[in-house]
Design a protein around this ligand. Structure first.
Ligand SMILES: [Zn+2]
Length: 311
């Protein structure tokens, strides 16, 4: 993916270098290899463990966060950062992290431009979220964000939370490599913001609250996740592919990422087998399918996972 043509967002809140729990009052900190990302608003990154989303408002999210954590926390995240080559590793990681952070800011900027236009064309207004970059742990209206939670979007405060180490995990544990894979993860979380802006999230949450059903292979939770994948695909088509920013191997990278973060795959990694009833994100194949649906059509209207008979 060529990102140099993408507009860098200022909606990033850099909380790296903190001890966690700070609500961004020292956003823009440069500690710990932190990068002087602009601190205008808050970049937030988040990725996949959005089960969180399903549970709607802040309060419910809190109680449900731990469950979401499991798949990621068990995927071998810890320990990646300890390495025999102390200084060099640290230095290299900081430089790499700086590049990653810049890419993320650019991807975020391109989602703002794409969705801003899309909403405008449809008579609406897109309010872009803040993306919070953190390490270790930080507070959100949906509970404490940590390495174990994975990236997520919190409807309670409208921010995306992204732990920089998650991309290391993608590379090393999940086998999902490449900058476009990172972009897909960001675009997926932004997809949840778009759902929030469209009123889809709150509607789905109300329906889930009424039915008491929020998990399972064709649950609303899964439909929400797959739609976010499809929205990510629509962004990829318009902002990256059609804009001439796609490079060879990019789509494979995203597919690999989508595959790597499917519930079935994560659960198999964690416990050796998959439990469809507890699926909340969709299988790897479903995630690939819906990302592709958005990528091929380039039209968010093609992302109606709620009406789809076959996910
Ligand atoms: Zn999600």
């Amino acid at each position: 993916m060529r990102d140099e043509n993408l507009r860098e967002s200022t909606n990033i809140e850099d909380r790296r270098g903190g001890s966690g729990g700070d609500d961004g009052s020292f956003g823009g900190g440069f500690g710990n290899g932190g990068i002087p990302i602009r601190t205008g608003g808050g970049l937030g990154f988040v990725i996949v463990v959005l089960l969180v989303l399903f549970f709607g408002g802040g309060k419910n999210l809190l109680s449900n966060l731990p469950a979401d954590d499991n798949s990621y926390s068990q995927s071998g995240y810890q320990g990646q950062q300890t390495n025999a080559n102390g200084l060099n590793e640290t230095h290299d990681r900081s430089a790499e992290e700086a590049r990653t952070a810049k890419r993320i800011a650019r991807v975020l900027g391109s989602t703002e431009d794409y969705w801003g236009n899309y909403f405008k064309q449809n008579g609406g207004t897109y309010n872009p979220p803040t993306l919070v970059i953190f390490d270790n742990a930080t507070k959100s209206a949906c509970g404490t964000a940590s390495q174990a939670t994975g990236p997520f979007y919190c409807p309670g405060d409208g921010k995306v939370y992204l732990d920089m180490g998650f991309f290391n995990e993608m590379r090393t544990s999940l086998g999902a490599n490449g900058d476009f894979a990172e972009a897909y993860v960001v675009a997926h979380e932004i997809g949840h913001r778009v759902q929030d802006e469209m009123g889809i999230l709150s509607k789905a949450h109300r329906a889930m609250a009424r039915s008491g059903q929020d998990k399972g292979a064709d649950s609303l939770s899964v439909r929400i996740e797959l739609q976010a994948d499809c929205f990510a695909g629509a962004w990829a088509k318009n902002a990256i592919a059609d804009a001439g920013n796609l490079e060879q191997g990019d789509v494979e990278e995203a597919m690999n990422a989508a595959e790597a973060v499917g519930d079935d795959r994560l659960q198999k990694r964690a416990q050796g087998y998959a439990v469809p009833d507890s699926f909340t994100h969709g299988t790897s194949a479903q995630r690939e399918k819906w990302f592709n649906t958005g990528m091929k059509s380039g039209d968010p209207a093609s992302c109606d996972t709620f009406s789809a008979k076959n996910l």
